[in-house]
Design a protein around this ligand. Structure first.
Ligand SMILES: [Zn+2]
Length: 311
């Protein structure tokens, strides 16, 4: 608990919001209006990108709440009594198995939609030799990388699957769910095109990140992710840091990516060692200042600058 709080403090502006919502039983209760969904199905999303997706697809027909309050890094979420009650009352829970062990343990499989079952997943710790040791300590309990929402094309597939699931659960409004799912998939498809074009020609294709969350983005757009650690809370080993520094130097990396909810210290140390800058790339594990689409477009701009991508 302390470590999560101190990380929220480090996140600066977000700290106040995180503390407020954690004492008020989570943002979800407020958004749901404590059962005042007007008879609408209660959809509980585990964390931000799934909240966004559920709201897009659910539209006015669903009462969507979120388990992970804004400003809280979701991986180590602990569920309090209010959140357990919220899960109990939910007609549908939207989550990704492997992101949050507490949620994985608490969901009732019959009323859950696991987004990881809707797409082809990538193996965890896929690329780097000597990474297996870190993976074993990591608290993700699945063999695949769960950060699939960072590939807009995969998220479009999830939108379609979620639309079908919501339609089946609430047949009276089936057409609305399907139509909104199709519209959401189309806007994600447009975003995917922007990424494909924006990252087509770049001086560097190596993505050095502190938290190894961008495997799907790298896979989709032919980038190579070199992550320092899979667990945003773990202290990386000196050996791993030296290994990444060596790679970054040999690939003439200009930027080491960090993120807003995690201390940038490790990334800064690495960046100064290899003579690079740091820049923030948002893994969207918590609500951004805009929404999923605008935050991903900001990520694209950051990547194009850092990697030297042409028009
Ligand atoms: Zn993560």
């Amino acid at each position: 608990m302390m470590s999560r709080l101190s990380r929220s403090y480090a996140a600066g502006l977000l700290a106040g919001a995180a503390l407020l919502t954690s004492t008020a039983c989570g943002a979800g209760s407020a958004e749901t209006g404590a059962g005042a969904g007007g008879g609408k199905p209660a959809v509980v999303a585990a964390f931000y990108p799934l909240q966004w997706l559920s709201q897009q697809v659910g539209g006015p027909d669903a009462a969507v709440s979120v388990l992970t309050a804004p400003g809280v890094e979701p991986h180590d979420l602990e569920l309090g009594p209010h959140q357990m009650a919220e899960l109990g009352k939910a007609s549908l829970i939207v989550y990704i198995k492997g992101v949050q062990p507490a949620v994985d343990d608490a969901v009732d499989a019959d009323k859950a939609f696991d987004a990881a079952t809707a797409v082809k997943t990538l193996p965890a710790g896929h690329d780097e030799a000597g990474h297996e040791g870190e993976e074993a300590e990591h608290d993700h309990e699945v063999s695949y990388d769960p950060h699939l929402w960072l590939d807009p094309a995969r998220l479009a597939t999830v939108a379609t699957g979620l639309g079908e699931r919501m339609a089946a659960a609430d047949p009276a409004h089936a057409q609305g769910y399907k139509d909104r799912a199709a519209a959401t998939a189309a806007s994600l498809g447009a975003l995917d095109k922007e990424f494909t074009q924006g990252l087509a020609t770049c001086r560097s294709r190596t993505l050095v990140t502190a938290h190894e969350a961008f495997g799907y983005l790298a896979d989709r757009y032919r980038l190579k992710q070199v992550g320092i650690t899979l667990d945003p809370e773990a202290e990386p080993s000196p050996a791993r840091l030296a290994e990444v520094a060596g790679l970054a130097k040999s690939e003439k990396v200009t930027t080491v990516f960090t993120e807003s909810l995690v201390s940038p210290k490790v990334a800064q140390v690495l960046a100064s060692e290899v003579g690079a800058r740091t820049a923030v790339l948002d893994p969207l594990e918590s609500k951004p200042s805009g929404d999923y689409l605008s935050a991903m477009r900001a990520n694209l701009t950051t990547l194009r600058t850092a990697l030297g991508c042409g028009a």
